[in-house]
Design a protein. Structure first.
Length: 63
């Protein structure tokens, strides 16, 4: 029996097996939607830049 997992894009059932060439996605459409999101930089990691680092960068640009 094949394992069913939720598709990362649409949340529908996706067969997680070598027979599904789009895994973990359920279809080529969902795979391409995800690729488009990466290309648009929709998936970004938030960073917390310390305030003193910002001041150092601003000071260097003014000189």
């Amino acid at each position: 029996m094949n394992k069913l997992v939720p598709c990362p894009t649409c949340g529908g059932d996706s067969v997680y097996a070598p027979s599904n060439v789009y895994r973990p996605f359920c279809s080529n459409r969902c795979k391409n939607v995800d690729l488009g999101a990466w290309a648009n930089e929709d998936f970004r990691m938030a960073t917390n830049t310390p305030a003193e680092d910002l001041l150092d960068d601003d000071t260097q640009q003014l000189q």
